[in-house]
Write a new protein. Structure first.
Length: 162
């Protein structure tokens, strides 16, 4: 619990990796390096990956809301490495820093632009449904790894100050 009884603390709902592209598939634990989730690969390194885009995060609550809209999205379908539950996603913005589990530290660097590879996750094949420009608060975010380490499903996710 997070202070008050009955309140769900933010945590990793799912860790997602693939040998290249999407969907990314669930893994129970992972090693976070400066380059991202060990074992995860991106097909187009010009727009994905690298130190400033080492990890991609998305909200379980946003995924569930999109499912209620009729979209066939599910955790990992839009290429996020970490599906996070329990964060107020509208307040999750570039510049924010998070601690995951026992000390993995990341800094959110920018919103992730939707691309054509994730269109199967949308009933109308329009991935702009999660464009920050068109639908603020619905985008995935990229993160830089400040402190590598190991994570597992269920690990707590905390927002930290400088």
């Amino acid at each position: 619990m997070n202070g008050s009884e009955g309140q769900i603390q933010a945590h990793i709902f799912q860790i997602n990796a693939s040998p290249g592209g999407v969907p990314k598939l669930a893994v129970s634990r992972g090693e976070i390096t400066i380059e991202g989730l060990a074992g995860d690969r991106q097909r187009n390194r010009d727009v994905h990956g690298g130190p400033e885009r080492a990890l991609c995060l998305y909200s379980l609550e946003r995924i569930l809301a999109l499912q209620r809209e009729g979209h066939p999205i599910y955790p990992g379908a839009v290429g996020e490495n970490l599906t996070i539950a329990g964060l107020d996603w509208e307040a999750v913005i570039p510049g924010l820093r998070l601690v995951i589990g026992e000390g993995v530290r990341i800094a959110l660097t920018r919103y992730t632009d939707p691309c054509s590879t994730i269109v199967p996750a949308f009933s109308d094949r329009n991935s702009n449904r999660i464009s920050q420009k068109l639908h603020p608060g619905w985008s995935r975010l990229y993160a830089r790894v400040e402190q590598p380490g190991f994570i597992r499903v269920g690990d707590q996710v905390r927002i930290i100050g400088d």
